[in-house]
Design a protein around this ligand. Structure first.
Ligand code: TXA
Ligand code: MG
Length: 377
């Protein structure tokens, strides 16, 4: 258990609290809460994790799929492991369950959620899959790849923030798949971090950030890949990668048998609203540099290097991490968020991080670092 764990009053497992969302000023109930959350003013403010509204849970961490199922069937949210990052899951067909996800994450309602299913047949129930997308998903199998496709009416507008499209993903983690196969509904699941903060790759990361906000975290160990899924917009004339992630662009092209566009630039009002300039951000400033440069680290700053920073000056050995001494992009991706978190909570005043080489998962890693470096004044 992390240092942030505090005992709370809790009516006991199985007793699901009424749907209330405590905010700084008031407590919202039932549909009021859903409407207020859905109608919340559009804002790109990145909230401090401690600003999150309190909910009266004594968060449990465990390996019980049954317990996760109980909470999900009761309309609650549960953090589940995927091969990319931990997700905060809820019933994608139930607007109230989805509203709980937005509330726990302090996520603005204009940022749509991905919908997770266990197979292509299931995906077809909730979205209009072009044949080439269905074929690609069948061929790829579960994995770090999401397709944006037209949604069907059964997916509430709250899930997609009013967009007519939905991101569909088949996650490749045995526990997540086990949960999905036993549920009669798909799972909406964003990364299980407070909005704008670094994504979680262990159950402890989730606990550190969402303790008290959710009832249960299903512990599936550290995430193997470590960066989120690659998102391909299949509604455009040319399939377009709108988020770099755990499947490389080359792998997407090989899977689809054609070239794709890559459009991952961001703006303050993007079509893929979560792709904001400032995202994955530590609480302290982050400066991004090229590793081969001779960098003089400011006094009191932490360092997250890529492979070799022996030539850097004034590195504090107690506050420095190397993503991959072996120069392996998969290892670097798997370590990225954990090391950023460690640096962020090391008491340092800032972080100097180095870019990854432009191969394999390097571009996805650099995308995260670039957004982490966009420190909001
Ligand atoms: O690996 C992953 O994809 C993880 C795990 C939990 O599955 N999920 C994840 O979800 O990263 P999230 O919500 O943190 O990021 C999803 C991104 C957001 O930037 C969101 O704006 C974008 O996908 N998105 C969701 N639905 C979309 C849609 N219909 N069109 C365009 N972008 C969409
Ligand atoms: Mg996220």
């Amino acid at each position: 258990m992390g240092s942030s764990v505090r005992p709370r009053h809790w009516p006991g497992r199985g007793a699901v609290p009424p749907l209330t969302f405590a905010t700084n000023r008031s407590v919202l109930h039932g549909t009021d809460a859903v409407q207020r959350i859905f109608a919340a003013p559009k804002s790109t403010t990145v909230h401090e994790p401690n600003d999150l509204p309190s909910l009266p849970y004594e968060t449990q961490v465990g390996t019980s799929v049954e317990q996760a199922l109980e909470w999900l069937i009761a309309g609650e949210t549960v953090a589940l492991p995927t091969e990319t990052v931990y997700g905060l899951a809820g019933n994608a067909l139930d607007a109230q369950s989805v509203a709980r996800i937005f509330a726990a994450k302090n996520r603005p309602s204009f940022d749509p959620l991905l919908v997770h299913v266990d197979c292509v047949a299931s995906a077809r129930k909730y979205a209009e899959l072009p044949d080439w997308v269905a074929a690609a998903l069948e061929k790829n199998g579960p994995g770090p790849l999401t397709f944006v496709v037209p949604k069907k009416d059964c997916i509430p507008d709250l899930v997609t923030s009013g967009l007519p499209t939905v991101g569909i993903r088949i996650p490749n983690h045995p526990l997540f798949l086990d949960v999905l196969r036993q549920l009669p509904f798909p799972l909406a699941a964003p990364s299980a971090n407070p909005f704008g903060y670094i994504s979680p790759t262990t159950a402890q990361h989730v606990l550190d950030q969402l303790y008290g906000k959710i009832p249960y975290i299903l512990d599936g160990g550290a995430c193997a890949i470590g960066v989120e899924s690659t998102i391909v917009d299949a509604t455009l004339p040319i399939p377009t990668v709108v988020r770099l992630g755990g499947t490389t662009v080359e792998q997407v092209e090989a899977l689809l048998g054609r070239t794709v566009d890559v459009r991952t630039h961001s703006s303050s009002r993007p079509q893929a609203p979560g792709l904001l300039e400032s995202h994955y951000a530590p609480r302290i400033p982050l400066i991004l540099v090229d590793e081969h440069e001779v960098v003089e680290v400011p006094c009191g700053w932490a360092v997250v290097g890529y492979r070799n920073i022996a030539h850097w000056i004034q590195v504090d050995p107690n506050r420095s991490w190397l993503l991959t001494p072996q120069n392996n992009d998969c290892e670097a991706a798997a370590n990225l968020f954990a090391f950023l978190r460690a640096a962020d909570s090391s008491g340092a005043q800032g972080i100097v991080a180095s870019r990854a080489p432009h191969r394999g998962l390097g571009p996805a890693i650099n995308d995260r670092l670039q957004r982490a470096a966009h420190f909001p004044g």
